[in-house]
Design a protein. Structure first.
Length: 318
């Protein structure tokens, strides 16, 4: 026999939990059955506890009826192995200079190590995740972006059919940002840019970029300048202004590219904050910076809705 005082949390905490869940209902209804691309990276990937928490939150979204698609890089792990092999580590405008030797390291780390770690962490909850290299089935095809950067690519084509097939079969694709080269080789492509390109190609409703800061700052040295939301046009103006830090440039570029292709909203969120994805998607306040279209985007999410999801969206479409 057990007494309630020994097994139940404080009643105030219980009521607060119930209130939070109840307030999330409109947001859950709005996202159920939709596809969300999540670019996963930063400290949330390196810290094992954070990684486990993020994977659990993504599984929860899947249970709610969301179709998550994960894109990842692995910058810290790549730099560690490059140092071990005595290879120089250099960045220009937020992009890694990638020699032929460095490209071998990128493939080894992203596909053979990081991808498998993420798949294993997510599949602790059930066999949901499928690991994919961007070069598999031509998922991501790229061309050289700048000879000075070496094997760094610009996305030219996405095999949306392959990604959509995995989603339609009920899996969560976990895609490493290694691209098949149009020259027969491989390219290292910034994971932010891959996420934006895939989100646009598969008709995702949202794309989320996890980073190590709380969002986009107009002036990073002044924390009061954190931007809660901005339009697509304002984001483009911000890029052209030259005020952004080099690491934020690819993220904003990926946001604007995805929205230009029909994605409704792009979110930049601090992945080191507990449950930041859920807070951004399922609360009124959000937890990062939102970039949105001001027109009625022609979203083309082609994934079939489950029976419950179909009923939830009936009134929304009237």
């Amino acid at each position: 026999m057990k007494f309630a005082n020994d097994t139940r949390a404080d009643q105030y905490d219980q009521r607060e939990t119930a209130r939070v869940i109840s307030r999330a209902l409109p947001w859950i209804k709005g996202i159920t059955g939709k596809t969300v691309v999540i670019k996963y990276g930063g400290s949330a990937m390196v810290n094992e506890e954070l990684r486990s928490q993020v994977m659990s939150d993504i599984v929860l979204l899947k249970i709610m009826g969301v179709n998550p698609v994960i894109i990842h890089g692995g910058g810290t792990a790549i730099s560690t192995v490059m140092d071990r092999f005595g290879l120089p580590v250099e960045f220009r405008n937020g992009l890694r200079v990638t020699s032929e030797e460095a490209m071998d390291v990128v493939k080894m780390v992203l596909v053979g190590q990081v991808n498998q770690e993420l798949v294993r962490a997510m599949n602790a909850h059930g066999n949901l995740a499928v690991g994919v290299s961007g070069s598999d089935a031509g998922t991501v095809v790229a061309e050289q972006s700048d000879p000075a950067l070496g094997r760094v690519g610009t996305v030219t084509r996405i095999n949306a059919d392959y990604v959509n097939a995995l989603v339609d079969d009920g899996y969560i694709p976990v895609i490493a940002s290694v691209a098949l080269g149009d020259d027969g080789g491989y390219f290292n492509v910034n994971a932010d840019l891959v996420a934006g390109a895939i989100a646009g190609a598969i008709g995702a409703q949202k794309v989320i970029f996890l980073t190590d800061v709380d969002g986009v700052y107009l002036d990073f040295s002044d924390k009061s300048t954190l931007i809660s939301n901005m339009t697509l046009e304002e984001a483009k103006d911000l890029v052209e202004s030259g005020k952004l830090s080099s690491g934020m440039i690819p993220k904003i570029a990926a946001c604007t590219n995805a929205l230009d292709q029909g994605v409704y909203r792009a979110h930049i969120v601090n992945g080191t904050a507990p449950h930041s994805i859920l807070l951004e998607l399922l609360t009124d306040e959000g937890a990062g910076t939102l970039v949105y279209r001001t027109d009625s985007a022609d979203n083309h999410d082609e994934h079939s809705l489950g029976s419950v999801a179909s009923k939830l969206v009936e009134n929304l479409e009237e």
